[in-house]
Design a binder for this molecule. Structure first.
Ligand code: NAG
Ligand code: NAG
Ligand code: NAG
Ligand code: NAG
Length: 373
């Protein structure tokens, strides 16, 4: 069903829209129980099940599957080289199928979108033009005045982190001390969902947090820290299921990570798309960095090259400054950080600010942005 503009669903209303029928629940649970599978977790919308079991149980549950452990260097994965089947009476009840059984992690390692320039030559050239982008430059460029800061305690914004990228609160404090004197801001992330490891701060994570909090200044900020990988790439589905399991969420989410579509299975992609639709029905705004060569246009055929051309688009919905940002990471100010990685949290903070004003006026948040654009 179409959700009218601005009339968003609560998590409970969304659950009533997407929850499986009693017949589906009974059929699926009976199938699992008959194989002794009891260790299952669902989400608040009831449309996803995550179950733990031994490989031998999985082989009985999914006839045809034959699990082996494959080892390369330090890495090892459990996979079935054989196709599996599910009992015929289940076919109409199962949507996504069963994830992570067949495909091997891609050789190339997944990357976040931020990158720092190296080499004196490019530094010299750039320095001749300007000293780099910092919050004061962005706020001036986009005509943001001192008054353009968040005022509501109940508005919030978030960025999602993957691939063991962590931010440090101390870096944020140093960043705001160096670059935040001209506007009212917060100096701490209010909530981290998920587990941040002990490691060094990541460039992407530092960049995202520092800049979403500079345009979305004085707005409460969350970080979703997503552990693990999906077939060596970002576990986007796991992050989306987490959103599907939380009733109170920030309205705006910034993601500066990307997957290569052609390396993922169609059923997985479709299920991720369903989760995006669920987020949109709740009024969430989700931004993704397009990648620096245009959406899906990376060199050498990466990123499903054909994708955007096939569907007619090769450019992002929005653009903003993206070159030569200053970032504080592991206590050090680092210049020359570039990418759509940088522009995405900047725009996300602006949208959170617009939401702040809309909420003050009793209007609904922006939600899914594309129709308005
Ligand atoms: C969803 O949240 C509930 C309640 O907090 C929890 O019991 C359940 O395990 C969560 N589901 C998943 C898939 O994490
Ligand atoms: C900049 O913002 C101010 C205050 O909101 C507004 O009056 C002015 O017209 C804006 N200038 C431009 C160039 O948009
Ligand atoms: C910052 O936001 C809080 C609400 O979260 C508000 O009480 C406070 O007045 C704001 N700060 C400024 C300088 O307006
Ligand atoms: C947030 O605060 C504003 C202003 O006090 C209020 O009008 C609005 O209803 C609140 N929104 C939520 C979701 O609590």
């Amino acid at each position: 069903p179409r959700v009218p503009a601005g009339k968003y669903l609560t998590l409970e209303q969304l659950r009533d829209l997407v929850r499986p029928s009693p017949a589906t629940l009974v059929t699926v649970l009976k199938w699992l129980r008959s194989h002794g599978v009891e260790d299952c977790r669902s989400v608040a919308t009831l449309d996803f099940l995550e179950c733990g079991m031994a490989a031998s149980t999985a082989e009985r549950l999914l006839p045809g599957a034959e699990f082996h452990r494959y080892v390369k260097g330090q890495r090892s994965v459990v996979r079935s080289p054989q196709p599996y089947s599910v009992p015929e009476e289940l076919a109409e009840h199962v949507d996504f199928g069963i994830g992570g059984l067949h495909r091997f992690p891609a050789e190339r390692s997944a990357v976040s979108r931020a990158w720092a320039k190296e080499g004196m030559e490019s530094r010299g050239q750039r320095a001749a033009f300007h000293l780099g982008v910092m919050p004061s430059v962005i706020r001036k460029r986009y005509n943001m005045t001192k008054g353009d800061i968040g005022l509501l305690p109940n508005n919030s914004q978030a960025c999602a982190q993957f691939l063991e990228q962590y931010f440090h609160q101390a870096d944020l404090a140093v960043f705001m001390k160096l670059f935040g004197s001209s506007f009212a801001h917060r100096t701490e992330v209010d909530r981290v969902v998920g587990h941040q490891g002990q490691g060094r701060a990541g460039l992407e994570a530092s960049l995202d947090v520092e800049y979403i909090m500079s345009t979305g200044a004085n707005i409460s900020t969350w970080v979703f820290s997503n552990a693990g990988r999906h077939e060596s790439q970002e576990p986007f589905l796991a992050w989306l299921l987490l959103l599907s399991n939380m009733s109170a969420l920030p309205w705006v989410h910034s993601v500066s990570y990307g997957d290569d579509e052609d390396s993922l299975s169609q059923v997985y992609l479709q299920r991720v798309n369903v989760e995006f639709m669920k987020a949109a029905a709740r009024g969430l705004t989700v931004l993704f960095a397009s990648g620096d060569d245009g959406a899906g246009c990376e060199e050498g055929g990466r990123g499903g090259n054909h994708g955007p051309f096939r569907s007619g688009r090769a450019y992002p919905d929005l653009a903003a400054l993206s070159d030569n940002y200053w970032v504080v990471t592991n206590r050090l100010p680092l210049p020359w950080v570039s990418g759509t990685s940088a522009s995405t949290p900047v725009v996300a903070g602006m949208l959170a600010l617009i939401n702040d004003r809309r909420l003050q006026l009793g209007q609904p948040p922006l939600g899914f942005l594309n129709p308005a654009l």
